[in-house]
Write a protein that binds this ligand. Structure first.
Ligand code: TTP
Length: 410
């Protein structure tokens, strides 16, 4: 069976982190999101097909032509937006066999794939989809069921309980007839949920499996922090490959990659993951649920907590980084501080695609893109975004979002 992974989307809601790269290549716990998807499909498939479009060169270069020894074939998405169009793009590569499809930006455990396959076989179904029960479906579509089969998939009914569609499917090749007939939706996309409704109306059997494990649909910036926390809490093994100087304290579990040096006076409380060739300390405090990438520098008198610092980025002197995401090749000047708590203790709101959204988090710091130079003594308000390729001058108070490519001075 082939595993088709959808990775052509623009990831607009994750800007500025997706300004110049596909969402699925963003690293969480120091690994691109798409690798978790491939890993969980791996036991069930013998080849991968990855559907690409937005910034596809970075995806192809980063992921390569195989995963765990199984070949990856890349296919360009056909013209048009949406998941139905993305799946249709794999038509030429599906050779008469049933196949699996996963959104490239969802995290789920392998158990979900196993349950889905079992439901597909048990029901002798034409298609199957994985669902999860929620008290409040919020922005998810609702999967309606009758007995062991799906009876309809409804677009976002709002704040009602029900089963949400998680973005993991099995299809037989005759789905391509239905994909071709799928009309453009009101949102202007070709949606797989419309294809599934078409199939049901034509008497096809669509099975479902109810998944109760952890799942994260990485759409918004704070989802990266949630997933990072889950992975570090549940998957991290204590493994020190770098050099830890005498006088440094490490409270397991902490993973430290080859070539990384932890200098005296550093105090690291796991779970924490640090990549290769990074410089940590002396005299810094790294608190739980922090991932620091390769070639990073976290220096003297710096505190980092519950954050993601991507490759080649630095918080070198007197910084506080709390509940924040810092992209690649970014530098914080001495004394730069992220605020992560509102004085009224309300949950932090973040602008997503032009609209303010409630993150549901009482603590959320800054979301800083790639290749950003932040000057000394900059103060960043909770939930503010600084776009990629920006320069923030010394002493600036970042109390609003900064578009990518900006120069901001006092
Ligand atoms: P979405 O998260 O709905 O879309 P997106 O990735 O473009 O993100 P945003 O809404 O923030 O712009 O996509 C779900 C999955 O489907 C994701 O893995 C990307 C993939 N996809 C495609 O492959 N092609 C497409 O045209 C679309 C819209 C999504």
């Amino acid at each position: 069976m082939k595993g088709v992974v959808l990775a052509a989307g623009k990831g607009e809601r994750l800007r500025p982190l997706t300004d110049d790269r596909p969402k699925v290549m963003l690293k969480v716990a120091n690994r691109p999101i798409i690798e978790y998807v491939l890993e969980n499909l791996d036991p069930f498939v013998d080849e991968f097909v990855v559907v690409v479009r937005y910034e596809k060169e970075k995806l192809i270069r980063g992921l390569g032509d195989e995963f765990n020894g199984k070949p990856i074939t890349y296919v360009d998405q056909l013209p048009g937006e949406g998941t139905a169009k993305a799946i249709e793009s794999a038509r030429e590569l599906i050779d008469g066999e049933e196949f699996m499809v996963a959104n490239g930006d969802i995290y789920f455990e392998m158990e979900g794939v196993k349950e889905l396959l079992a439901a597909f076989r048990r029901e002798k179904a034409d298609a199957a989809l994985l669902v999860k029960e929620f008290d409040d479906l919020g922005h998810f579509g609702k999967v309606e069921v009758q007995g062991n089969l799906v009876s309809a998939v409804r677009e976002k009914p709002g704040n009602v309980p029900g089963y949400a569609n998680l973005g993991l499917y099995i299809f037989k090749p005759d789905v391509f007839e239905f994909l071709q007939k799928t009309a453009i939706s009101e949102r202007g996309e070709y949606e797989i949920t419309d294809t599934i409704n078409l199939m049901i109306r034509k008497g096809k059997r669509v099975a479902y499996a109810i998944y109760s494990g952890y799942w994260n649909d990485v759409g918004r910036p704070w989802n990266l922090l949630e997933l990072n926390e889950y992975l570090l809490k549940n998957k991290l093994k204590h493994d020190i490959r770098g050099i830890v100087e005498e006088g440094a304290t490490i409270v397991p579990p902490v993973e430290i990659g080859e070539g990384t040096v932890v200098r005296s006076g550093a105090y690291i409380i796991g779970p924490v993951k640090i990549g290769r060739n990074s410089r940590i300390g002396p005299n810094c405090f790294i608190r739980p649920y922090t991932s620091i990438g390769d070639d990073c520098h976290v220096g003297n008198a710096v505190e980092v907590k519950n954050s993601i610092i991507m490759d080649h980025s630095n918080a070198p002197h007197l910084n506080y980084v709390g509940d924040s995401i810092i992209g690649e090749d970014t530098n914080l000047g001495a004394g730069t501080i992220t605020a992560n708590l509102r004085h009224d203790k309300g949950s932090v709101r973040v602008e997503v695609k032009g609209k303010l959204e409630d993150s549901g988090r009482r603590k959320l710091g800054a979301i800083i893109g790639h290749n950003v130079k932040v000057g000394i003594n900059v103060s960043i308000y909770p939930g503010r975004k600084i776009g990629s390729n920006s320069f923030i001058g010394p002493g600036v108070v970042v109390d609003r979002n900064v578009p990518s490519g900006s120069l901001v001075v006092v």
